[in-house]
Design a protein around this ligand. Structure first.
Ligand code: NAD
Length: 294
């Protein structure tokens, strides 16, 4: 399949490489030119603008930071909605506000173009391995047509509902992860202050009901004081702000999300926005003056 791929950052670059490995023909662009040479060496056609990427393609893919970036590329600045072939489809894999996904889909529909929103979870390691989890929104027929393309980048591809449902599901994922990390940090800090070694707490409870993928990934990072991203606090703030917007629109109560968002904002203002989200531990360490250890 001939595919336009825009946004070759931490996630987009390895995902695009997996599409090349699967035999797809790729036309790529990122406004940051640093990765373009590497993509050329991997076999992609490097374009000088996003408009150039869509020439003659069957599918346009984006992996951009947030809603304003996707709107800018598709509707406002680059206007790909007016430039891409009418026979092509659009799949946005960025994590954005579901309201924005629906707005973009409605604009595309006016031009006879169909869209899926297909955000992912799994982070950079799974983007490299091609084992991401895709949460997809859109029409069943379109999903069936392009599922094999997503399967070249992920090991789980689930249709969650109509367009926007992928990003609603991703917001659920981001709330669960954020609250989970905050609970882990709070408990480990409290346990150490009560006189029990954090490593023992981790070993003793990881196999029980409190155990989780979050615990296995983040507890060792917290005990090592290793806050290399991974997934940055600032990106998680972006997602939780989208949760707040989405919840507000339907009057859904989200007290836990709100609280963890405030904790993350405090860390951001304290210069920790580029740390991994496991740095939620720093919120407790700064309050207590006690550093978690092994
Ligand atoms: P990133 O910042 O590394 O990459 C985004 C890329 O988009 C950058 O290279 C940037 O130059 C490019 N870009 C921005 N505006 C552009 C424009 N107008 N035209 C062309 N290129 C443009 O971000 P990332 O970590 O790859 O994340 C991408 C999306 O995936 C985000 O929505 C993020 O929330 C989501 N996500 C990230 C992770 C992760 O672990 N990093 C995991 C799951 C989902």
């Amino acid at each position: 399949m001939k595919i336009a791929f825009i946004g070759l950052g931490i996630m987009g670059k390895p995902m695009a490489k997996n599409l090349l490995k699967a035999g797809h023909e790729l036309r790529v662009y990122d406004r940051n030119t640093a990765t373009l040479e590497e993509m050329k060496a991997a076999g992609a056609t490097v374009c000088g603008s996003s408009s150039e990427t869509v020439e003659g393609v069957d599918l346009v893919l984006t992996m951009l930071p947030n809603s304003p970036h996707v709107k800018s590329v598709m509707l406002e600045d680059d206007k790909l909605a007016d430039k891409m072939p009418k026979t092509a489809a659009f799949i946005d894999m960025s994590s954005i506000n579901p309201v924005a996904s629906r707005e973009i889909a409605a604009e595309l529909e006016k031009r006879g173009i169909q869209m899926l929103d297909a955000p992912v979870s799994g982070g950079q390691p799974k983007a490299i391995d091609g084992t991401l989890s895709f949460m997809v929104g859109g029409k069943q027929e379109l999903f069936d047509k392009f599922k094999p393309v997503l399967e070249a980048m992920g090991s789980s591809v689930v249709l969650c509902g109509d367009v926007g449902a992928g990003n609603v599901t991703k917001l659920c994922n981001q709330t669960i992860v954020a609250v989970n990390i905050a609970a882990l940090a709070e408990a480990m800090q409290m346990g150490q202050m009560c006189g029990v070694e954090p490593q023992k707490i981790f070993e003793a409870i990881r196999g029980g009901l409190a155990g989780s993928t979050v615990m296995n990934a983040k507890a060792p990072m917290m005990m090592d004081q290793n806050f290399q991203p991974g997934f940055r606090i600032d990106l998680h703030i972006k997602d939780l702000n989208n949760v707040v917007d989405a919840a507000k629109a339907v009057d859904a109560p989200i007290p836990l999300t709100q609280m963890v968002l405030e904790m993350m904002k405090i860390l951001h203002h304290d210069g920790d926005g580029s740390c991994d989200h496991s740095a939620l531990l720093k919120y407790y360490q700064k309050l207590t003056g006690e550093v978690l250890h092994h």
